[in-house]
Design a protein around this ligand. Structure first.
Ligand code: SF4
Ligand code: SF4
Ligand code: SF4
Length: 306
């Protein structure tokens, strides 16, 4: 197929770390196969082309059948870029948990812009603090669906490489990509007895397991008192098999975001702890349960919490 005849793929990053793009590049042979079928027209990680006036005169992005946007929206420039992506892409995919739920950068939402800047650039460091007056920042970090219409949500920090390619292949075939709606727990083979340890153990405490035994012989980490967010996190990281962190015998930290797209991992986790007989008062910082999903107004500065 000639380059012009291929469907076009556009990829843009906002308040992001490039991990989602690296995951796409990490797809190996399947990515090479995909390159025969799509024409990548915009991908800042790979292509150095000029696409806009950074002073605010607007962006000029090529039209594309599929648009991937990673990262949440934290600044006016990112908002303008996102709107341009929406206008230029037929199908817009929220690519990764920062885009779907704010991700780690949305931890900023616990503070005002002023508080954040004063913390990151204390006044005694002069130059930096005066360079950032805060006017380019939005009041908080937004998931991209809070600002534009989104056609598909692909969570993960980052999403699994095979899943990313599978989603693009399905869209190219005109099909609806199939993503799991089950929780991490539903993919986890550990043993559950229904009786949890009453207090939460420190994160760095080791799980109890026999390294010579398969994962399926290990007792559920949550029942061991470790703060495993598997019950309140959507699955997919293990590709339908044992979730990645559980394979390493460490608790799920919630990086795929809530099971229901509009769910609240903090509230859902407090419920999960209660139903496992675990005392939630042992959690030092409850807001950390929203470490991957603090957009959509769930994490707020102190004056808005009351
Ligand atoms: S979802 Fe994770 S990997 Fe992707 S941009 Fe955000 S922090 Fe990076
Ligand atoms: S809470 Fe964690 S260890 Fe227990 S079943 Fe769920 S994912 Fe597995
Ligand atoms: S187990 Fe949880 S934290 Fe670990 S990769 Fe999977 S979803 Fe993310």
């Amino acid at each position: 197929m000639s380059d012009q005849a291929r469907p076009r793929l556009s990829c843009e990053w906002l308040h992001a770390c490039a991990g989602c793009e690296m995951a796409l590049l990490n797809c190996g042979d399947r990515l090479l196969g995909l390159l025969d079928r799509v024409s990548i027209v915009h991908f800042p990680l790979l292509m150095d082309h000029k696409y806009g006036d950074r002073a605010g005169a607007g962006f000029d992005l090529p039209r594309a059948e599929i648009g991937l946007v990673s990262g949440g929206v934290a600044s006016r420039e990112q908002l303008a870029l996102l709107r341009t992506m929406r206008e230029s892409c037929k199908t817009l995919v929220a690519f990764g948990t920062c885009a779907t739920h704010g991700g780690i950068p949305a931890l900023r939402n616990q503070w005002t812009v002023d508080q954040t800047l004063r913390t990151v650039f204390p006044e005694d460091e002069g130059e930096c603090s005066s360079a950032f007056d805060g006017s380019s920042f939005l009041d908080r970090v937004y998931g991209i669906d809070e600002q534009v219409a989104v056609d598909l949500f692909l969570p993960g920090c980052p999403p699994r490489p095979e899943t990313i390619v599978g989603v693009i292949e399905a869209l190219l075939a005109g099909e609806q990509p199939q993503l799991t709606e089950k929780s991490v727990c539903e993919h986890c083979p550990t043993i559950r007895t229904g009786k949890g340890q009453r207090t939460v153990r420190r994160f760095l405490a080791n799980a109890e397991y026999d390294p010579g035994e398969p994962i399926g012989s290990m007792r559920c980490l949550l029942e061991q008192g470790l703060l495993c967010m598997g019950p309140v996190t959507v699955g997919g990281c293990g590709g339908g098999e044992t979730p990645l962190c559980i394979r390493a015998r460490v608790p799920c930290r919630g990086c795929y975001g809530p099971v229901r797209r509009n769910g609240n991992q903090l509230l859902d986790m407090l419920n999960a702890l209660a139903s496992n007989g675990i005392d939630h008062r042992a959690i030092v910082d409850r807001r950390s349960l929203l470490r991957f999903s603090g957009a959509h107004g769930l994490l707020k500065p102190p004056e808005k919490r009351r």
